[in-house]
Design a protein around this ligand. Structure first.
Ligand SMILES: [Zn+2]
Length: 111
């Protein structure tokens, strides 16, 4: 009988740094993409598109508490920016997400 090998493995990004590149977009959150949910930054019910330019990865914890946690997310030209709650960042400014899947230079950098 043949084996069905690692279907889940095939879905994971390749490479040792992949887990740090694709994970929950909240800074410091270690939850990998495989355990995240897609959050539509502009809700579909408010006219937000469902394509990937409007979607970010959030772990269950950050996704379901987004409305009350103080974290805020914006999309700017298809790139997510995150504003931390005041207890994390007193200046409360939007900062680009560094671990977004679009940050391919992180993996390709060779100096
Ligand atoms: Zn998270």
């Amino acid at each position: 009988m043949g084996l069905v090998v690692g279907r889940e493995d095939a879905l994971r990004p390749a490479g040792p740094r992949a887990e740090t590149v694709c994970r929950c977009i909240i800074p410091g959150c270690p939850v990998p993409a495989s355990q995240c949910e897609v959050h539509h930054v502009t809700e579909h019910s408010r006219g937000g598109p469902t394509h990937t330019d409007n979607g970010v990865l959030l772990c269950w914890h950050h996704h379901h508490r987004l409305d009350t946690s103080g974290w805020e997310i914006q999309m700017r030209h298809g790139r997510p920016y995150v504003k931390a709650p005041e207890w994390v960042d007193r200046r409360r400014i939007y900062r680009p997400v560094r671990n977004h899947a679009r940050d391919k230079p992180l993996r390709a950098r060779s100096t």
